[in-house]
Structures are given as structure tokens and as C-alpha cells.
Design a protein around this ligand. Structure first.
Ligand code: COA
Length: 258
């Protein structure tokens, strides 16, 4: 059975991590399948939003697979961490926004995958955290870095050092998740957000994604210059002409991603 399920509704793809009996723990196979699917869709300009969620009622992903990690040498651990980082980059560099629909435990590597997504919506049953220190290790798929950038260094230190697990409401309070939704409504709600994004100018949405990602790592004047250049580039597109013409003609725009 595949460790990743793919479901497509027009421009919106849902990827479901599928090892429910192991709370969707991330092993090599699952990381590879998720990476492969992300790269495949990155070649498809008709994909305008991807949702990542977990199979079953309990977990998004309860972490990297502890059984697999327990036997790893340092070299294998580095290869495993590198695979997680490659996946993170694929999610971040794809032209489409990726929304994490966190339907339960998002611990360790599960929380780190959610952090590679553009933003997170959580079920009211979700639990998020970086409990690796309980196992004598630390986050290895970018948790110390992306968590610090998302919620601030002090909160990231506290979470990664105590291993404390947050409820959905606590995660909302510190800005780790954007919204908390009743459990049964999570996927419908995230799909609604996905469809809304997919109805916008896709090149503009991709440019927003890239500007926010790249802008975060450079000084503000450079980041603003990046933004201005990306803004200008959109004026060479069909979608800019169509979007503004449609507004002036008081009709909905028909965006084509060109
Ligand atoms: N890696 C491998 N297997 C995992 C796993 C992980 N990260 N998390 C859960 N599982 C497996 C369990 O071993 C169990 O398998 P089994 O039925 O073959 O014994 C199954 O998933 C169900 O988990 P279980 O612990 O019985 O569920 P629970 O509801 O009692 O507890 C958690 C849920 C999330 C609190 C608990 O599974 C847990 O602490 N997981 C590890 C979290 C973690 O440390 N993640 C970071 C890893 S770096």
C-alpha cells in the first residue's frame, strides 16, 4: 500500500500521509513519495494549491519513524536529515502554496513538515511540538530554524528544549497555526481556502510565495527591491491585463497562469 495518497479536485491537490497504524510516522519511503509528488506537481502549472494532511483520525504525522532511526549510524542520520531538508525545499520552492491541514499529532518531523508548508490550519484535536529531546536527539528537518522564524527564537528554544506539546489553541496563540477548526470541518475548510487561492492569479500567488520566502533571509531594502522587481514582472503577464480589465469591466477575471 502506498504511504502517500493523492487526490485532485481541479486546481487543488490533497496529499495524505498514509501510515495510519504508525500515526503516519515519516520513514524513508514516505519522505521519498512526498518529495516525488511535490516535484511532479511543481512541473504542472495547472496545480494552484496543495494540501498536506494525515490519514486516520489521530495524526498528521507523529514524527520521524523512531523504529527506523533507532538503528541509524551518524552517516545514515545525516542522509535521513538531508532527505527531510530536500523535501522541505521542494515544498517551499514549488510555485503553488502548500497548506498543512493538521488533523491530530504533528510532532517532531511532522511539525517540521507542517512548518515547510506556507501556513497551517489545525483541527481542534491537534497537538504540535518538537519532542525530540525526549529521545536524546534534536529536530533534524529544519525545526530549530523554521520554528524560530515562525514563532520567534525564544518560543522555539522553549519548545525544542522542553519537548512540550501544544494544544491547537496554544499553537494558535503563538502564531504557529493560522486557524483552529472543529475536527470534522478541517479538510472542507482547508479545501475552501485552497479553492479561493486557486481562483486568484496563479503567477501573482507564486510571486507572493517566493517574495515572502526569499525576502525573509535578506536585509529589508534588498527584500523590498526583490518585491518591486517581482511586482514589475507581473505586468508582462496576460493575467495582469485580464485581472485589471475584468475589474474595469465589472466582471470576474479569467486567470490562465500566463
Ligand atoms: N515513529 C514510529 N512509530 C510511531 C511513532 C513514531 N514517531 N509515533 C507513533 N508510532 C507508532 C507506535 O509505535 C504504535 O505502533 P504499534 O501499534 O506497532 O506499537 C502506533 O504508532 C500507535 O502509537 P501509540 O504510541 O500506541 O499511540 P498513543 O495514542 O498511545 O500515543 C503519541 C500517541 C503520539 C503520544 C505517541 O505515539 C508518541 O509519543 N509518539 C512519538 C512522538 C515523538 O517523539 N515524535 C518525534 C520523533 S523524532
Amino acid at each position: 500500500m502506498s504511504t502517500l495518497l493523492t487526490d485532485r479536485d481541479e486546481h487543488v491537490v490533497t496529499l495524505t500521509l498514509n501510515r495510519p497504524d504508525k500515526l503516519n510516522a515519516l520513514n524513508d519511503e514516505l519522505l521519498t513519495e512526498l518529495g516525488r509528488a511535490t516535484l511532479e506537481f511543481a512541473h504542472d502549472p495547472t496545480v494552484r494549491c496543495v494540501i498536506v494532511t494525515g490519514a486516520g483520525d489521530k495524526a498528521f504525522a507523529a514524527g520521524a519513524d523512531i523504529a527506523a532511526m533507532s538503528e541509524m549510524t551518524p552517516v545514515q542520520a545525516k542522509q535521513f536529515a538531508d532527505a527531510g531538508h530536500r523535501l522541505g525545499l521542494a515544498l517551499e520552492l514549488a510555485h503553488f502554496p502548500v497548506i498543512a491541514a493538521v488533523n491530530g499529532f504533528a510532532l517532531g518531523g511532522g511539525c517540521e513538515i507542517a512548518l515547510c508548508c506556507d501556513f497551517i490550519y489545525a483541527s481542534d484535536r491537534a497537538k504540535l511540538g518538537q519532542p525530540e529531546v525526549n529521545l536524546g536527539v534534536m529536530p533534524g528537518f529544519g525545526g530549530t530554524q523554521r520554528l524560530a522564524r515562525r514563532v520567534g527564537a525564544a518560543r522555539a528554544r522553549e519548545l525544542c528544549m522542553t519537548g512540550d506539546v501544544l494544544t491547537a489553541d496554544e499553537a494558535l496563540r503563538i502564531g504557529l497555526v493560522n486557524a483552529v477548526v472543529p475536527h470534522a470541518e478541517l479538510l472542507p475548510k482547508v479545501r475552501e481556502v485552497g479553492k479561493k487561492i486557486a481562483s486568484k492569479g496563479p503567477l501573482a500567488v507564486a510571486a507572493v510565495k517566493r517574495a515572502i520566502l526569499r525576502g525573509a533571509d535578506v536585509p529589508l531594502p534588498t527584500a523590498n527591491e526583490l518585491e518591486a522587481t517581482a511586482f514589475a514582472a507581473l505586468f508582462g503577464t496576460h493575467d495582469q491585463r485580464e485581472g485589471m480589465k475584468a475589474f474595469l469591466e465589472k466582471r470576474p477575471a479569467k486567470f490562465e497562469g500566463r
